[in-house]
Ligand binder design. Sequence first.
Ligand code: WT7
Length: 568
Amino acid sequence: MSHIGSYDQRVKNFDWSIAEKELGYHDGDPINIGWYCSDRICEMGKSDKLALIWEGHSGDVKKYTYNDLRVNSNTIGAFLKELGIKNDDRVCLFMDKIPELYIGLLGILKIGAIAQPLFSAFGDESLHVRMENAETKAIITQRKHVAKVRKIRDTMPFLEHIIIVDYDGKHPLREKETAFRMDEAEKVEKLDIHPTKAESPSLLHYTSGTTGKPKGVKHVHYSLISQYLTTKWVLDLHEDDIYWCTADPGWVTGTSYGIIGPFSLGITQCVLDKGFGADNWYQFIDKYKVSIWYSAPTAIRSLMKAGEEVVKKHDLSSLRHLASVGEPLNAEAVIWSEKVFGKPFYDTYWQTETGSMMICNYPGMKVKPGSMGKPFPGITAAVVDPDSYEVIDEPGKPGLIGFKPGWPAMFRTYWGNEETYRNKFKNGWYIPGDRSSIDNEGYYWFIGRDDDVINTAGHLVSPFEVESALLEHEAVAESAVVAKPDDVNMEVVKAFVTLNPGYEANDDLELKIMNFIRKKLSPLAMPQEIEYVKSLPKTRSGKIMRRLLHAKEWGEEIGDTSTLEDDE
Ligand code: WT7
């Protein structure tokens, strides 16, 4: 681990108090992430250091120092307080990757409220189920997204405020709507920071499971301890680094490592609020001299596809360390990056529920392309038997990943769903639901998920949600949704449907069904293909067996089909 000694030494001498000490935190003290990410950095004498360099899709640039971060988050916090938002109230952030999103999150945390970031590409129905679950009191959004909020607002009596950060006065505001312009607002120099404690709730991130509605993953302010230290040791951020995390704060990578990690370390980071393009990404690295880059396998595979010529057009010599998360990082991508950028992408494995990185490759440690690396110091990990949940000690033998609960950033519950939360713990292990093996040197090798959840381009999609949307269409009698292989996205969503009598299986109907479900699903969950079938494989009790359809798509052995009609 470069300047911090060897991995083995780190593990041996590890204690989370290392992070507590560096942050000046003592057990029982107030701990507020908003304060740690802005006020504290200013108190350390870095008020004038750049915190955020932002570039929008039309090329406009905005820059904020740590003092700007401090004062603007105060201003947003004070504005929310004025509206009547109190600690523990849920405030949704529903914006593109604009500065108000990054700074707004800190403002929400400063007043002790709970930030609920949601991906701005969500349609009104995706937004609705998540806000309904959280009983969100206020939503901060942009003009371009407000129509989606207006469509559902009347069904949400708990929603008291709709705050628009770029209101231009052209159309009258409706009831409950308020304009707030961060850059023009009168600055609040001093704000009473809510004395949140270690276990006070901080963030609510939504994630998809196999069945039912998306789950609200509750995090607490103490998560800072893990997020701070993993950012420092795994991403290897130094004082002069320019950091770029390509993730959107609608997802956990974009908050844990796109806001909390880098800002609590007082690092300069840049944000590009623009869609993916190999040329514009390289240009961005070149222009801002990005040194640490945290991205995702689908993006890396897209860059591979764009080829090496476009790489040569730019000066990427500023890059010092590259890391990846979200889906399996294939060995070819690691080898390609080493060849093209002169350094490999270091894989990291974790999830919304873990809140911080769990299994990683560390600077200075030998990278085995295709492996996720080793557990972060302080994390007790194992591969356990899927039936007994006993530790499997045999190198190379597959099992379920298990983590001993208790690391600081571990989620504390699923919002309003304690039972599902408890079910994630077996025989003293937290079970994230992924399969892996461990080799004789302690490296973890990802095998796959242990459920039917589809991971497309790093985004989890519940087959159940897609099936339900399909079933609402009058032509669809039954549906089954599985992953199918894809070069760039690794997995894409594929739907099988049977039709009701009177409907003809043709392209025109496929288009109609697609347009129908588009309104209900997140764009990420949209099937790439609908295949009409006469019937779906089922168990005796009528449960559709996605497993068989999945195996067919992946060209895998279907195995013993005598169980086809048996319940699992
Ligand atoms: C699931 C979590 C945490 C960041 C974004 C995703 C898969 C994550 C890896 C990796 C193989 C990975 C797992 C995990 N995953 N990282 N390095 N190699 N698979 O968060 O949406 O909660 O998804 O993504 O299946 O459980 P998430």
